[in-house]
Design a binder for this molecule. Structure first.
Ligand code: ADP
Ligand code: DAR
Length: 343
């Protein structure tokens, strides 16, 4: 393997941090699952518009390819090699009375975490047999859930395109064919081994074997962020008694993309901010101040529609789950205040 030809104007973390020296040191290494540097960086090589461009194939990738992952994690998360991640999933520690009780601004709230099974490769390095075993183990664990979390599993294999398109349109199901995931092998054997579990109200959902092996999701209309967080916490605590999660003291919950390490949590609102949308500089001054990320209403790589934006926490590693949700909450309060002042 030769040092990849990357354009001068490439801005990804791969381009920034894969030096000829680190490349020479890492290029012939393989993890116990046979995952190589070439596989780890392929997404960023073929998608030069990547933000990161690198994925892990297993927990070992983060230590074996540390000369590449450590500078990326330091740059993206401000988190050093000796730092330790801590977790806090206690909703009592969250100060978040509904910031929009009249429903003027917040359309809906969604909080998700990524999780991967302990002692299994991550999606980029998993075999079809292992992925099918992950699906079977997760679905068996989900089948024991009760009360509000009780639901059904719907494999993608055999799901009608109409049902699939409706679930995606209504923000419940993952899109397919993401080119960034494709380039690192995360779409192999699609749609086999993939599916969605949800309760009857679709306020609790679990994606199986998309970018991570589980995406555990709590969501509902309106801005009761604390209620959404509480439901998610009870789901995480129920599932982890049945499905062992991959975790490290240093990096927290292990995920295929380094941006999701730590809490692996994205807490978001779909919020109508038509006035702020006319002054994106003022809008981004607030989102920067509160460590927020702006996405479109169909998630990553989508656009806002009708002045409605997906606003979520940017920080995931080196802060706790409560702090991640507090980041989003405090930023949303500031955005609503600014929108009211402009109105
Ligand atoms: P993820 O959040 O899992 O990293 P995306 O950003 O692609 O992935 O979002 C996944 C889906 O969740 C998309 O359909 C998106 O519209 C939906 N979504 C995200 N936040 C909200 C929200 N607050 N309310 C409703 N749907 C949401
Ligand atoms: N698209 C990839 C990943 C960025 C973070 N989003 C994730 N993990 N879904 C990139 O390198 O831009």
């Amino acid at each position: 393997m030769n040092y990849p030809k990357l354009p001068e104007d490439c801005k990804s973390m791969l381009c920034k941090h894969l030096t000829p020296e680190s490349f020479e040191e890492l290029k012939n290494k393989k993890t116990a699952n046979g995952f190589t540097l070439e596989q780890a960086i392929n997404s960023g090589v073929v998608n030069i518009d990547s933000g990161i461009g690198v994925y892990a194939g297993d927990k070992e990738s983060y230590t074996l390819f540390d000369k590449l992952f450590d500078p990326i994690i330091k740059d993206y998360h401000g988190f050093g090699k000796e730092d330790k991640h801590t977790s806090n999933l206690n909703p009592d520690d969250l100060n978040a009375p509904n910031p929009d009780p009249d429903g003027e601004f917040i359309v809906s709230t969604r909080i998700r975490v990524g999780r991967n099974m302990d002692n299994m490769p991550l999606g980029p390095a998993i075999s079809k047999e292992q992925r099918d075993k992950v699906e079977a183990s997760v679905v068996e664990g989900l089948s024991t859930l009760d009360g509000e979390l009780k639901g059904d599993y719907f494999p993608l294999l055999g799901m009608s395109k109409e049902i699939q398109d409706d679930l995606i349109k209504d923000h419940f199901l993952f899109k397919e064919g993401d080119r960034f995931l494709d380039a690192v092998g995360l779409n192999k054997n699609w749609p086999e081994g993939r599916g969605i579990y949800h309760n009857s109200d679709k306020t609790f959902l679990v994606w199986v074997n998309e970018e991570d092996q589980l995406r555990i999701i709590s969501m509902q209309q309106g801005g009761d962020i604390k209620e959404v967080f509480s439901r998610l916490v009870s789901a995480i605590k129920s599932i982890e008694t049945k499905v062992p999660f991959s975790y490290s003291e240093h990096l927290g919950y292990i995920t295929s993309c380094p941006t999701n390490l730590g809490t692996a949590m994205r807490a978001s609102v779909h919020i109508a901010l038509p006035k702020l949308a006319e002054d994106m500089e003022a809008f981004k001054t607030i989102t920067d101040k509160y460590y927020l990320q702006i996405r479109g209403i169909h998630g990553e790589h989508s656009e806002s529609e009708g002045g409605v934006y997906d606003i979520s926490n940017l920080r995931r590693l080196g802060i706790t789950e409560v702090e991640a949700v507090q980041d989003m909450y405090d930023g949303v309060v500031a955005l609503i205040k600014a929108e009211k002042e402009l109105s």
